[in-house]
Design a protein around this ligand. Sequence first.
Ligand SMILES: *[C@@H]1O[C@H](CO)[C@@H](O)[C@H](O)[C@H]1NC(C)=O
Length: 251
Amino acid sequence: MKGEGKTLFKSKLKWVGLVGLALSVFSLFTHFLLARYAVEGFSEYQASITIFFWRPIFEIADLSTNTPLYRRLWGPVRQLESLYPHATPKGSYAAPILQTNGFVFVRIRGGFHEIRNSISDVVVVARLLNATLVIPEIQSTTSSKGISSEFKSFAYLYNEDQFIAALAKDVRIVKTLPKNLKGARRKKEIPLFKVSRSVSPYFYRRHVLPVLNRHSVVELVISDGGCLQPPGLQTVTGEKRNPATNFKLRV
Ligand SMILES: *[C@@H]1O[C@H](CO)[C@@H](O)[C@H](O)[C@H]1NC(C)=O
């Protein structure tokens, strides 16, 4: 009886050893897999880093309107209904009217994505108000993930001239405020609105427009990742968001 018990114990030990061995092999295998995956992840990371080096290339590139590079960057967008129902423009819509209601000066705070979203929103808002958009001032929160330390200005995101040219049929854009208004802004004499991404077009027409008409300028401060409520804006957003969306998808 005793001897039998011993052999039983020994064979049990063998099984335990076998299971242990199997587990070790499995763990080793998993480690190899993980290591491989991590290497791939790393190279993807590298690829995303190189995005930030695009700009210098485009800066020296010939960006006149009939080059393939220009078309690739600023050409028509493919059909995007499946992705975003309002992203494809309608056939035609009116160019901005000559008469401007004034300047919309924008300060955008936030991380990379907030800033990108806000930019397309302000384009829509400027159009909505028949206003002239001043190239937004960017205040990136440097603690945000994915932001290069070089990212301190609008020009880091977009080539300003191309941005203005590409949106010429949607909204008038200028690089800076006229001198007198710049001075007024420095003295904090410009009416200021802190707007969130849930603000409606009605708000802009009802509250911002009268102030804009009176002062010829308003300042919008955006720190919420946008300044206009999402869909439901059908035509205005659908049509006017397009050029920015076009770029957004490539960023
Ligand atoms: C902007 O201009 C269009 C076309 O003239 C006009 O229909 C619209 O009422 C104007 N909107 C504002 C806010 O001035």
